[in-house]
Design a binder for this molecule. Sequence first.
Ligand code: FES
Length: 87
Amino acid sequence: EFVVRLARRGIELVVPSEKTIIEVLREAGVEIQTSCEQGVCGTCVTPVLEGDLLHNDLYLSDDEHEEGRLMTPCVSRCKSKLLILDI
Ligand code: FES
């Protein structure tokens, strides 16, 4: 599990291994627009401020994956303990 911090809202939420970031945000009342929820469409792409990302999508390019400034919270996760999103 890891913690996701929403920088603009000033809240932190725990993402357990059996849940997606989108699910955790939704339960907390934070809606991120989604469509496929399979890492394909790009609808949920979200800006990242910090975190060692584990990309599981097929939407972002290899360069974007390496840069680590964007992620798809419907399928992708974080390898470090803290993920900070710019939302
Ligand atoms: Fe389609 Fe996340 S909702 S990539």
